[in-house]
Design a protein around this ligand. Structure first.
Ligand code: ATP
Ligand code: MG
Length: 368
C-alpha cells in the first residue's frame, strides 16, 4: 500500500544542514499497524509529515497505491483523503461544535449531503463514546474527549490509513487509556495505521510491526516481541534497556518527593502497571529514604520492569557505605520489616567501590 524509497530530508538551521532523514526505506501493507518508536529528534514526526505531504522531502519516493505522491501530476486531494492524520494537540476547529467539526470535511471535500454528513457524524461519535457531546464546543471537552473527536473527525473522511503522531502525549495520565482504547478498536476493525508513540505496552499489544527509528533511518524493523524482548542491533538494545529502567539519583535528604512519585507514576503508566504497583514502589522508596538509608553518600535508584517475566526490580545503591544497611541498628526495624513484606525477595550486596546495593523484587504480581 505504501512504499518508501530512499527518503531523505535535510533542514537548513541557521545556514547549517541538519540531516533528519538520511535514507528511510519501508513497505506498509494494507491492514498493518506500525508503531514508530525511537529517541527524541530522530525524525519520527518528520517521517509521518512526509507521508502526508505536509513536508516536502529533499529526495526519495513515497508510493501510495502505485502513485508517487511527489509526482507533479499526483492528485493531491485524493492522496490527502486516503490518509488521515491525528496530532498530539487535537487540532479541532475551536469555533465549531463537535458535530460541525465532523461535518465540514465530508460536506466540503467529499461533497456529502448535510443529512448524510450529520448521520455519519453521529455514528462516529457513538463509536468513540461521545454521542452526547454533538452540540458541545471543543472547549467544553476534556483532552481525552477532544482527541476522541479528532479521531472521529479523521474517520469522517473515510481514510484508508491513519497516521498518529503521539496521540496521547499531551493528555493527563487518566485520559490516556480512553484514547488508546479507541485506537485498539480501529485496529480490530482492520484499519491500517502508523503510530508514533511512547506508550510501549500499547505498541507491543496493538502493532503488527515496530519501526525503531534512529540515526536518520529505520534502524530496526521487526515484530513487537522481537523488538522488545530480543532486539538485534546495539542502538535498539540500548534504547529498549533505557526505557525499561527508571533511574534517579538522590544526593541528600532534601530530595523532591513529588517529582520522584511523579516519575514513578509516568514510568508505570508506560507499561500499564497497576496503581497497586505505583503505590508499592512509592512506599518502598519513601521508607528507604526516610527510615533506612544512612546517606553516607549519593543514593542511586534503578527501577526496572521486565515485560517478559512481569517482574519489577528495584535496585538501590548507597555509595560510600562500609556496613550492612539492612542489619544496621540505625535502620528502622519496622520499616525494614515493612518493605521485606512487599518483596518476593530482598538481598543486600557489597559493591567493589565501597558501596552497598539492595536488590528488591516486588511481589503480588497478580494484582497488576
Ligand atoms: N521545520 C523545521 N525546520 C528545521 N528543523 C526542524 C524542523 N522540523 C523539525 N526539525 C528538526 O528535525 C529534527 C527531527 O524532528 P522531529 O520532530 O521529526 O523528531 P521526532 O523524532 O518526532 O522527535 P520527538 O520524539 O521529540 O517528537 C529535530 O532536531 C528538529 O529540531
Ligand atoms: Mg515528534
Amino acid at each position: 500500500m505504501i512504499t518508501v524509497k530512499h527518503l531523505r530530508k535535510v533542514y537548513q538551521n541557521d545556514g547549517k544542514e541538519l540531516v533528519v532523514l538520511k535514507d528511510v526505506n519501508c513497505e506498509i501493507q494494507k491492514g498493518e499497524i506500525i508503531s514508530i518508536i525511537g529517541p527524541s529528534g530522530t525524525g519520527k514526526s518528520t517521517f509521518l509529515r512526509c507521508i502526508n505531504r505536509l513536508e516536502e522531502p529533499t529526495s526519495g519516493e513515497i508510493i501510495i497505491d502505485g502513485e508517487n505522491i511527489f509526482d507533479p501530476d499526483a492528485n493531491l486531494p485524493r492522496i490527502r483523503q486516503k490518509m488521515g492524520m491525528v496530532f498530539q494537540n487535537f487540532n479541532l476547529f475551536n469555533h465549531l461544535t463537535i458535530m460541525e467539526n465532523l461535518m465540514v470535511g465530508p460536506m466540503k471535500l467529499l461533497k456529502m449531503s448535510k443529512a448524510n454528513a450529520e448521520k455519519q457524524g453521529l455514528e462516529l461519535l457513538q463509536m468513540v463514546g461521545l454521542a452526547d457531546k454533538a452540540n458541545a464546543m471543543p472547549s467544553e471537552l476534556s483532552g481525552g474527549q477532544k482527541q476522541r473527536v479528532a479521531i472521529a473527525r479523521c474517520l469522517s473522511m473515510k481514510p484508508e490509513i491513519i497516521l498518529f503522531d503521539e496521540p496521547t502525549s499531551a493528555l493527563d495520565p487518566t485520559m490516556v487509556s480512553e484514547v488508546l482504547s479507541v485506537i485498539k478498536q480501529l485496529a480490530k476493525q482492520g484499519m491500517t495505521m502508523a503510530i508514533v508513540t511512547h506508550e510501549m505496552k500499547f505498541a507491543r499489544d496493538v502493532s503488527t510491526r515496530i519501526f525503531f527509528m534512529c540515526e536518520g533511518i529505520i534502524y530496526e524493523d521487526d515484530v513487537p516481541n522481537e523488538i522488545f524482548d530480543n532486539p538485534k542491533k546495539p542502538l535498539t538494545k540500548a534504547f529498549i534497556n533505557k526505557i525499561r529502567t527508571l533511574e534517579f539519583k538522590i544526593s541528600d535528604k532534601r530530595y523532591d518527593l513529588h517529582s520522584m512519585n511523579g516519575q514513578i507514576d509516568t514510568f508505570c503508566r508506560k507499561y500499564s502497571l497497576s496503581d497497586y504497583v505505583v503505590n508499592m514502589l512509592q512506599l518502598i522508596l519513601e521508607e528507604l529514604l526516610e527510615n533506612i538509608l544512612p546517606f553516607t553518600g549519593e543514593v542511586v535508584f534503578d527501577i526496572n520492569y521486565s515485560e517478559k517475566d512481569n517482574d519489577v526490580i528495584i535496585k538501590c545503591l548507597q555509595k560510600s557505605c562500609k556496613f550492612s544497611i539492612l542489619s544496621n541498628p540505625q535502620a528502622d526495624e519496622l520499616a525494614v520489616k515493612l518493605i521485606t513484606g512487599y518483596c518476593e525477595s530482598i538481598t543486600e550486596d557489597v559493591c567493589d567501590d565501597d558501596a552497598r546495593v539492595i536488590i528488591m523484587k516486588l511481589k503480588d504480581k497478580r494484582q497488576r
